[in-house]
Ligand binder design. Sequence first.
Ligand code: FE2
Ligand code: FE2
Length: 244
Amino acid sequence: MGMKTEKTVRELAVENPHATRVFEKFGIDYCCGGGRPLSAACIEKGVLVQEVERAISEGVTAEVNRLAPQDWAQNELSELIDHITATHHVYVRQETVRIQQLLAKVAGKHGSKHPEVIRVQEVFSALSAELTSHLMKEENILFPYIVQLEKATATGLPKPRPMFGSVKSPIHMMELEHASAGEALRSLREDSNNYTAPDDACATFQASYLALQAFEADLHQHIHLENNILFPKAIALENSGPAV
Ligand SMILES: [Fe+2]
Ligand SMILES: [Fe+2]
């Protein structure tokens, strides 16, 4: 891999699935803030661009996690949608419930001594509610339309005519909601001191911060697959072929 400083973070994340792991490690935003050149993102984070490039080219991963990086840019959109739904949507639904239970316990027990955990609980509850509605919109409106669109294009049938006019409309709404989720994640990270539990933290406190950190990494990957791969390809598909 050659020098990549002129490429944007998003381009690197799309062309090399390992890059997203490296960006997680260095705290570089690749899902909603991926439009910047890597060099600019590195300056903002105070890290050496060479170090990030080396990590990407060596395929270095910060930690082993359950996400197997795959080059989804090569798959059919219906396969990517199945993956997003079966992996990330299932995870969000399970973890929002579990983490809210953990945080309720921690806030109840330690909130007076560590008021920041009450703020973390509030922000995560609001994020959970937003995501619940967000996933439903994707699964019930946007994703089925993209699958139909891909099928029609592959078989040469007329493209479906959605109620919302162009696929760009729901995509724009989903991107705004992703940006809002990204903002909530930043706030959670800040309020939790980068997910560092205090010295006197009990096991539940520590477990809740560990779970939040894993949730952040999963949501970054999830939003990356949608914002940087699925959505641009869906727009390109809609624009392809004869107008109907
Ligand atoms: Fe999603
Ligand atoms: Fe989404």
